[in-house]
Design a protein around this ligand. Structure first.
Ligand code: TYD
Length: 131
């Protein structure tokens, strides 16, 4: 399975908490793109695709959601519900996001610019691609 959970160092004091994300330091790639997902709801699922080349770190800045991660052989689920834990997902991993809490906010750091051509959005095509 090409994913892992990364505990980010938290700088906290009476003023609050801070996490710093730096490419090739605590993020294991050069960060080319940042995007975020908000205004989510529990009835709606997202994802349902894989990437041929992209690596990502996903952080639930606020709220929670569940990730389904699938390498074509095994399927595992991971809850993201802490702003100090990053979910790293490497290439060739099918992912689905579901059970969003209302107003969940996900921040995603990506290793490449957006390129629809490197998405695989059909599960059977994903299985063929990784063979
Ligand atoms: P989509 O891949 O459906 O999001 P998710 O992975 O959360 O299910 O993307 C939604 C739309 O946003 C789709 O039309 C593509 C567009 N998009 C961009 O233009 N740039 C980006 O960086 C991303 C991630 C998506």
């Amino acid at each position: 399975m090409n994913y892992k959970l990364i505990n980010m160092k938290v700088f906290g004091d009476e003023r609050g908490k801070l996490v710093s994300l730096e490419g090739n330091i605590n993020v294991p790639f050069d960060i080319k793109r940042v995007y975020y997902i908000f205004d989510t709801s529990p009835e709606q699922e997202r994802g349902k695709h894989a990437h041929k080349t992209l690596e990502q770190i996903i952080i639930a800045i606020d709220g929670a959601c569940q990730f389904v991660l699938d390498d074509g052989k095994t399927r595992e689920t991971v809850w993201l519900n802490r702003p100090d834990i990053g979910l790293y997902i490497g290439k060739n991993m099918w992912r689905e996001m579901r059970h969003f809490s209302y107003g969940c906010k996900l921040m995603i750091l990506a290793s490449t610019h957006y390129n629809e051509k490197e998405y695989i959005r059909n599960y059977n095509e994903f299985l063929r691609f990784i063979k």
